[in-house]
Design a protein around this ligand. Structure first.
Ligand SMILES: *Cc1c(COP(=O)(O)O)cnc(C)c1O
Length: 398
């Protein structure tokens, strides 16, 4: 007998029940977890094909689009990003990208690997891009694509899109938007806003486990993809082939992550049940209460009020507070996860997510109370008015 691990060396899987208030994943509703545990069908079983169709109908409703090519790409949000670029970029294409955080930076990396000529539009982290800066950067250029992050999860900025979309159209460029942390939490209306290509992820405001990347291409994006002179540089993410599985043909390309699609379908059903407007209002209300609580404690938000994202709140770490120690204490004492700052914001901010199922009054109150308690234990000066300030926001809404 060869020596190897004994099954008894491994305990039963029993993860703690956390309160996920970081940059993602967010709390997953039990209904979504139950859907995931349903029996696995074959990826060409007629019953599964019907569930695929339903998932696409729901996905179009949530993206507010009629685009036929609206599908969940296999992989996390970054796979959606890569799918957009790999299908739409040909070597030498000019691609303008707004860079004001981790995910704009990731888009530059992604497009650059495909031989795009990048026109970077650098903006201070923690601020939205001024449309004039985009217009100036594009003067005399012929971008094929203008790409922005709608909800920059690394900073908590929500990028206003209307003017940037108009600028992209003036240049005849496709407008590509990263909606990973907005879809299902902050309005995204692909058709009325005339966004040509968009991608998202399941584990942020849709409150599904990570593993799929909702994506949608309009007819202009599909036309650019179909007119390519070169083959799509990724076999797995080639939407001219993946699209045949999700399209009328239902032709095998790769095995769909069946149970993840069950989960996404259930998560989308929950979004539609709640209603988009009610869901956006819930995110906004809890965000306003959280901000009131933070400011009531005498702490500061990183992002100016007009540019704040409801689903990700960047709180400036107060003087004397221990960044890692605070996050550890929140996790150990309260089971509450928040995120750290990234890149130039490391050690400067905490990132508090209010995404999907996690965006609740209970969670906002837990966070404010927990933070107050942890800061007190570190002898950090915080005013005691946080929870009361949040109370006032909730009272006004009732
Ligand atoms: C999380 C996130 C991504 C990447 O998604 P993964 O699921 O981590 O691959 C991309 N863009 C934004 C804005 C995100 O928040």
């Amino acid at each position: 007998m060869s020596e190897g691990p004994n099954a008894s060396d491994f305990h039963d899987l029993d993860p703690a029940i956390r309160v996920l208030m970081g940059p993602g994943p967010s709390d997953v509703p039990p209904r979504v977890l139950r859907a995931m545990a349903a029996p696995t069908l074959g990826h060409l079983d007629p019953d599964f094909l019907e569930l695929m169709t339903e998932t696409q109908v729901l996905l179009r409703a949530v993206f507010q689009t009629q685009n036929p090519l609206t599908i969940p790409v296999s992989g996390t949000g970054s796979a959606g990003m890569e799918a957009c670029f790999v299908n739409l970029v040909e070597p030498g294409d000019q691609v303008a990208i707004v860079v004001n955080g981790v995910f704009g930076t990731r888009m530059v990396d992604c497009a650059g690997r495909l031989g795009a000529e990048i026109i970077p539009i650098e903006v201070e982290w923690g601020r939205a891009a001024d449309p004039q800066a985009v217009a100036d950067a594009l003067k005399g250029k012929q971008p094929k694509i203008v790409a922005v992050v709608h909800a920059e999860t690394s900073t908590g900025v929500c990028q206003p899109l209307t003017e940037i979309i108009a600028i992209a159209k003036e240049h005849g460029a496709l407008m590509m938007v990263d909606c990973v942390t907005s879809l299902g939490g902050v309005e995204v209306a692909l058709d009325s806003w005339e966004i040509d290509a968009a991608f998202s992820g399941t584990q942020k405001c849709l409150s599904c486990p990570p593993g799929l990347a909702p994506l949608s291409f309009d007819e202009k994006a599909v036309a650019k993809m179909m007119a390519r002179k070169t083959k799509v540089k990724s076999w797995y993410l080639d939407l001219t082939m993946v699209g045949d599985y999700w399209g009328a043909q239902r032709k095998y390309h790769h095995t769909a992550p069946i149970n993840m699609i069950y989960a996404l379908r259930e998560a989308l059903r929950l979004v539609v049940e709640e209603g988009l407007d009610a869901r956006f209002a819930r995110h906004r209300l809890n965000h306003e209460a959280l901000v009131a609580g933070i400011e009531g404690m005498g702490l500061r938000m990183l992002v100016p009020a007009a540019e704040r994202l409801a689903s990700l709140n960047s709180v400036c770490i107060p003087a004397g507070a221990d960044d890692l120690g605070t996050r550890r204490a929140l996790l150990r004492q309260f089971g509450l996860e928040i995120g750290a700052g990234l890149g130039p914001l490391a050690g400067k901010i905490w990132r508090v997510g209010l995404q999907g199922h996690s965006a609740t009054e209970r969670n906002v109150r837990l966070f404010l109370t927990a933070l107050e308690s942890v800061l007190k234990s570190q002898d950090v000066e915080a005013q005691p008015g946080g929870p009361e300030a949040a109370d006032r926001v909730y009272a006004r809404s009732r």
